[in-house]
Design a protein around this ligand. Structure first.
Ligand code: PMH
Length: 383
């Protein structure tokens, strides 16, 4: 891990916030319920290694990723806790997963037969059966198929059934109709097994924060570990307060006064109404700070100031109420004085969800990790 970066744009990750969110969840769950920390997509953009470390320290029992490569990355970084891959793994890679002691998700009988052929004698691959109870993405669709999968696994000699799970499509919505249907289907599919595997799980953040019934004996805790609500709809009815972990900062790189009627940036979409102070900041759409953020406010000196003109690939411009010097800090997400720009505010401006905002922040933005208000490490993916 490199501790240097050469650009005045950075993300700060408050590891104490992640710790507290996981710890609160741990205390909220019954003792017999295992807590899976979902760290896919580079820990939802926060940095997988630091997030995984913090989550495990705070009481998470296992790690959850989307693809085999992410799981191997964790093993290579020295993580020894159980790891589950949620997405598809090629059956021809079954031996690689087994070799790294990584659990994979299974949802096709043909896949099971093929994986068995790819596993060397003596290998043991841990699998979780995925049930499609209404998400329409991956999974066996009825009890018969689950039963048959269990049989194939049992007779294989090289596969071991360690889990069964499903995923809810609408757990973050106030209307529970589909949620209840999915819950009932899952219960039926689990009952079809002749023997319960050690992990039965269904809850993402929304489901596990709202409905104890979905816990079975494990949960997959993602977005709320990072301090964010799974949706705006349920933001006010969460059982404990969440702490947002990510903030985004830069520094003014250039300042000038422009004349009335002069324009700013590509397309000349912004025209000064009078003599105006304009600052340039070094962040743009290639960093995930998208063009739609034209007009979004940023915080300078504890005050809100608008982005004017088109957002460029690596830079954008801000209208200042008065002169501020080069080097002045700018907060794009986070707190400055009494003002806050939340991830949810950016999501609203982008007409998307908070998940997308944090996942698209580019890997060329270095991450500074904070503990007790101090920088404890810096991660720059580029150099
Ligand atoms: N389990 C599965 C199967 C998931 O796909 C996800 C998130 C989670 C658990 C964690 O959910 P949470 O972050 O709401 O707690 N997956 C996705 C996704 O595929 N698109 O957005 C979130």
């Amino acid at each position: 891990m490199i501790s240097a970066f050469y650009r005045d744009t950075w993300i700060e990750i408050n590891l104490d916030a992640i710790y507290d969110n996981v710890h609160s969840m741990r205390q909220y769950l019954r003792d017999d319920v295992k807590l899976g920390a979902v760290v896919k997509a580079n820990g939802y953009g926060h940095g997988v290694i630091e997030v995984a470390e913090t989550a495990l320290k705070a009481g998470a029992d296992f790690l959850v990723v989307a693809i085999l490569d992410e799981a191997i990355q964790l093993r290579q970084a020295g993580f020894q806790s159980p790891i589950l891959v949620l997405g598809v793994v090629r059956s021809s890679d079954a031996a690689v997963a087994a070799q790294h002691n990584i659990s994979v998700t299974v949802f096709q009988h043909e896949w099971l037969e093929s994986a068995i052929n790819h596993l060397p004698e003596g290998a043991k691959l841990s699998v979780h059966i995925k049930c499609d109870t209404g998400m329409g993405r991956l999974g066996f669709r009825n009890a018969e198929q689950v039963k048959k999968a269990e049989e194939i696994i049992k007779n294989s000699g090289v596969l071991s059934l360690t889990g069964i799970f499903t995923h809810f499509a609408t757990a973050d919505e106030l209307d529970n109709t589909l949620f209840q249907k999915q819950y009932a289907r899952f219960t039926e599919m689990v009952s079809a097994l002749s023997e319960r595997p050690s992990l039965v799980h269904s809850g993402n953040s929304a489901a596990s924060l709202r409905f104890e019934d979905t816990w079975f004996n494990a949960v997959r805790f993602g977005i709320s570990m990072y301090g964010l609500s799974p949706s705006m709809e349920i933001k006010e009815c969460l059982p404990f307060p969440l702490k947002e972990a990510l903030s985004l900062h830069t520094k003014i790189s250039h300042v000038k006064q422009i004349e009335k009627n002069e324009t700013v940036s590509y397309g000349a979409t912004y025209k000064a109404q009078e003599e105006e102070w304009i600052a340039t900041i070094p962040i743009g759409y290639a960093d995930g700070w998208l063009r739609k953020l034209q007009g979004q406010e940023v915080l300078i000196d504890g005050k809100r100031m608008p982005i004017v003109g088109r957002v460029c690939m690596d830079q954008c411009m801000v209208k200042l109420p008065s002169f501020y010097p080069v080097g002045t800090e700018v907060t794009l997400i986070g707190v400055d004085g009494t003002e806050l720009i939340s991830v949810d505010e950016i999501a609203a401006k982008l007409e998307t969800i908070n998940y997308e905002v944090i996942c698209i922040l580019g890997r060329r933005i270095p991450r500074k990790y904070m503990k007790a208000g101090q920088v404890c490490s810096v991660h720059n993916d580029l150099i």
